[in-house]
Design a protein around this ligand. Structure first.
Ligand code: FRU
Length: 447
């Protein structure tokens, strides 16, 4: 089975993973947990699995750390985050209790009704979790349905500022007399990590779908940014309706007010496989983020469903957001080679400046400069349901420099130092054909 597994990207140990959770640098390594269904390569009653890495590239998988054990998380430990507090790790996640399990698949819910609460659990080292004595329900299912949904309030992302803890949650409300729901995020605050008070909220302005998942709010060089994954934001054939976006916003630490028009944003990744991203600080204190690359079907010789993109820096340059590959990952792609000497069983990177019409071709996968944008085409390389086959970045009025990372079943294209990114899941066997690069381009293998 090893053949088509990515070597430099985190993939499910086996069976299923979705969102990245609890991403943190602690005690000399990165800990990255995942939404995980351990019994089959499909979504079901959620656990958290655990991987560690020193360089964000080579990941070691460990045991499951969180599993359903309480009535309030008996049907799953949904997404959440971690912070370091007093030398230990504190985790917050959403516990869910299905109103009615599907009798034909008890790991799934009927009627989309997950009674949802927020749970705290501490760990001294990131490996040891007491699923029986260590869990505490800190925010019970929401009663006030004008504030947020009892069934859909989830994905706590927690950070510390000025001795206080802040939590952002995704939610939605049912408007009286309307069929649709209004998506929102809720901000809570706590002094001691146990008692949380509601501070503020931001609701949709009639845009961006019906429910916001996995919100994250952080500051880079004085600029606040909101990332989240709105459900139902697109209505395009063959493209997943749920997508991840990033926006520059204002945030007031005292009032919890988020200042944003709800209209100015961009996709985190233009491949549109990326979803449910989460940020953290790297070992040097830089903001980084990672996201789940959705797969709609198991790929040949892959015994897993779910891969993450490379962790990326989040930077601001002249008011523009850049998300380049983390430099510790770039540092692995140093073994320079040619088309003839490249070992195609390894991960590799192609670097090139593309002028209009120029193209990089890896098997059936093409990256082309067209009218100021970079267009990545994976037609014929994935099953079509919910996958965008041809992805284009917005047009840029500057030379187009690309870095194309090829790692078995993942291709990532970074344009102009992370100005835009396109990550694609592909059938690895369709990458095996002809490799062609324009003059002046270079290739480096993973080492
Ligand atoms: C996003 C999401 C989260 C939820 C988790 C459940 O993909 O739906 O909102 O916590 O997955 O696995």
């Amino acid at each position: 089975m090893a053949g088509n597994r990515p070597v430099a990207h985190l993939a499910a140990p086996r069976n299923w993973i979705n969102d990245p959770n609890g991403f943190i640098w602690f005690d000399g390594q990165y800990h990255l947990y995942s939404q995980h269904f351990p019994y089959a390569p499909l979504w079901g009653r959620m656990h958290w699995t655990h991987a560690t890495s020193k360089d964000l590239t080579v990941w070691e998988h460990h045991d499951i750390v969180l599993f359903p054990s309480k009535s309030y998380d008996s049907d799953g430990c949904f997404s959440g985050s971690a912070i370091v507090k007093d030398g230990q790790l504190l985790f917050f996640y959403t516990g869910v209790d299905y109103v009615e399990a599907d009798p034909e698949n008890i790991n799934k819910v009927l009627h989309d009704t997950y009674v949802a609460c927020q749970v705290r659990i501490a760990s001294p080292d990131g490996f040891t979790f007491d699923n029986l004595a260590g869990k505490q329900q800190v925010i019970p299912p929401i009663k006030n349905q004008a504030l947020g949904s009892r069934y859909h309030t989830r994905d706590p992302k927690v950070w510390e500022y000025n001795g206080m803890l802040y939590m952002i949650l995704g939610s939605k409300v049912q408007e009286p007399g309307k069929e649709t729901t209004t998506p929102k995020v809720l901000i809570f605050r706590s002094k001691d990590s146990y008692e949380w008070e509601f501070l503020n909220e931001l609701a949709s302005y009639g845009t961006l779908g019906y429910m916001w998942e996995c919100p994250d709010l952080f500051c880079v060089d004085g600029q606040w940014m909101l990332t989240m994954s709105p459900m139902g934001m697109l209505d395009i054939p063959h493209v997943h309706a749920n997508q991840a976006i990033i926006a520059k916003v204002g945030f007031d630490n005292d009032t919890g007010e988020i200042d944003w028009d709800g209209k100015t944003y961009q996709f985190v990744d233009f491949g549109l496989d990326y979803y449910a991203g989460q940020s953290t600080l790297d070992k040097d204190g830089r903001r980084i983020h990672v996201g789940w690359l959705r797969m709609t079907e198991a790929l040949p010789r892959c015994d897993f469903m779910g891969v993450y993109c490379f962790p990326r820096l989040v930077e601001m340059k002249d008011g523009i957001i850049y998300t380049p590959v983390h430099p510790d990952i770039c540092a692995h792609f140093t073994d320079v080679c040619t088309e003839q000497t490249l070992d195609r069983s390894k991960a590799f990177k192609i670097s090139a400046t593309l002028s209009e019409g120029q193209q990089i071709k890896v098997g059936q996968y093409t990256v082309t400069a067209k009218a100021g944008s970079i267009v990545a085409d994976r037609t014929g390389m994935v099953g079509e349901p919910k996958m965008q086959l041809i992805s284009a970045t917005p047009a840029l009025d500057e030379a187009l420099e690309v870095e194309v990372y090829v790692d078995h079943c993942v291709v990532e294209v970074y344009v102009n130092g992370g100005r835009y990114a396109i990550a694609h899941i592909v059938n690895p066997e369709a990458l095996a054909g002809e490799l062609s690069i324009p003059e002046g381009a270079s290739i480096a293998q993973f080492a």
